[in-house]
Design a protein around this ligand. Structure first.
Ligand code: PEP
Ligand code: MN
Length: 333
C-alpha cells in the first residue's frame, strides 16, 4: 500500500505515520516526490488494514499497490525518475548516449575511442574491465588496470564512465572507479550482487537477463531499490530466441511496457541485441523512435582487432551518423 501524504504534511506527521506502519509489523519507506511525500508499505503479506491510517494527521490518500514490485512500480511513484551523473541526466526528456568499446584493452585504445565518441556526441563512455566471457580462454578484461584507464578517460576526456561489475569480490573496487555500475545480463538474477548494489551510492545499470521476463527484470530492480539505492537504470539488450539472423532479438515493446509499469529510466543496447554491425544503426533509430531514454553502443576504432565483440562494434564515423539520426528522431517528441 502507498500512503500519500498531504502537500503540507510536516516531518513529524510523516514520522508518526511511518512509526504506525512499523507498529503494524511492516516496513515504511518514505518516497519524496515533486510536491508531496508518499510512504510505501513493504513486507506486508496480503492487504494492509487501512483503518489505522485513515484518520492520521497529514494523510491524504491510501492507495493499494497491486504489483509484486513495489518501489519500482509507477503505482508508488508517478513521476519519472531522472538520474543525474555530473552534468549528464538519464530519464524523462533526455536522450543519453553512452558509447565505447566492449572491453578496455589499453590506455591508447580507450583514450582514442573516448575522444572520438565524445566528438561524435556521446555523453558517457562505456568499457568493461571485468568481462563475463562465454569461454574461459577468451580475453577476460584488464581488471583493476582497466578501471584505472577508465579513471584516466574521465579525467582527460571528460566523460563519466560505465563499467560492469561481475562479482562480490570486486564490487568495492568497481564502485570506487565507476560513475555507473553495470550489472550484465548473466548476473541479472545474482541476488547477492543485487543486494550489494542496493547498498551502493552509485547509480546501477541493470541489463535484462537474456531469457528474463519483464516481471523478473523489474523484481531484480526491486532488490536494488529495496536495499536503499533508488538510482536504477534499466537496459534492454535483446533476449534469446530461435533466430540466427541476429545475436539476440531486441524487444522494443519492452520500452512502452516498462515505461507504463515503472518510473525508472530505460535505455537500449542495440549492439548486444544485433551482434552484427549492419543492424546497429537501424535498431538504434528504432530505439529512439519507441521512446527509450538513451542508448548504449559499442564503438571501436579498429573493430577487426578488438579483443571482444568486434563484429558488433561500430566505426567511430558510423557512431557519429547514429548520433545525428537519433537526435533527429528524439527531436520529434
Ligand atoms: C556488455 O555490455 O559488454 C555485456 C557483456 O553486455 P550483456 O551483459 O548485455 O551481454
Ligand atoms: Mn560486448
Amino acid at each position: 500500500m502507498l500512503i500519500v501524504m498531504e502537500k503540507n504534511a510536516t516531518p513529524q506527521q510523516i514520522d508518526a505515520v511511518s512509526k504506525m506502519v512499523e507498529k503494524r509489523g511492516y516496513e515504511a519507506r518514505p518516497i519524496p516526490g515533486g510536491d508531496r511525500v508518499s510512504i510505501c508499505v513493504l513486507r506486508n503479506k496480503g492487504a494492509v488494514d487501512t483503518a489505522s491510517f485513515i484518520g492520521m494527521a497529514g494523510v491524504k490518500d491510501l492507495i493499494p499497490v497491486t504489483r509484486p514490485y513495489k518501489l519500482v512500480s509507477r503505482e508508488s511513484q508517478s513521476e519519472d525518475t531522472v538520474i543525474q551523473v555530473g552534468d549528464v541526466a538519464i530519464g524523462n526528456g533526455h536522450q543519453t548516449l553512452i558509447a565505447g568499446p566492449c572491453a578496455i584493452e589499453g590506455e591508447a585504445q580507450a583514450l582514442t575511442i573516448a575522444a572520438k565518441v565524445k566528438a561524435a556526441g556521446a555523453h558517457m563512455f562505456r568499457g568493461g574491465a571485468f568481462k563475463p566471457r562465454t569461454s574461459p580462454y577468451s580475453f577476460q578484461g584488464l581488471g583493476v588496470e582497466g578501471l584505472k584507464i577508465l579513471a584516466k578517460v574521465r579525467n582527460d576526456i571528460g566523460l563519466p564512465v560505465v563499467t560492469e561489475v561481475m562479482d562480490l569480490d570486486t564490487f568495492d573496487v568497481v564502485e570506487e572507479y565507476a560513475d555507473i555500475i553495470q550489472i550484465g545480463t548473466r548476473n541479472m538474477q545474482n541476488f547477492s550482487l543485487l543486494r550489494r548494489a542496493g547498498r551502493s551510492h552509485r547509480p546501477v545499470m541493470l541489463k535484462r537477463g537474456m531469457a528474463a521476463t519483464i516481471d523478473e527484470w523489474l523484481m531484480a530492480a526491486e532488490y536494488i531499490m529495496e536495499g536503499g539505492n533508488t538510482q536504477v537504470i534499466l537496459c534492454e539488450r535483446g533476449v534469446r530466441t530461435f533466430v540466427h539472423h541476429s545475436r539476440n532479438t531486441l524487444d522494443l515493446s519492452a520500452v512502452p511496457y516498462v515505461q507504463k509499469e515503472s518510473h525508472l529510466p530505460i535505455i537500449i543496447d542495440p549492439s548486444h541485441a544485433a551482434g552484427r554491425r549492419d543492424q546497429v544503426i537501424p535498431l538504434a533509430r528504432a530505439s529512439a523512435a519507441v521512446g527509450a531514454h538513451g542508448l548504449m553502443v559499442e564503438v571501436h576504432h579498429q573493430p577487426d582487432q578488438a579483443l571482444s565483440d568486434g563484429a558488433q562494434s561500430l566505426f567511430p564515423d558510423q557512431f557519429e551518423k547514429l548520433c545525428q539520426q537519433v537526435r533527429h528522431i528524439s527531436d520529434l517528441f
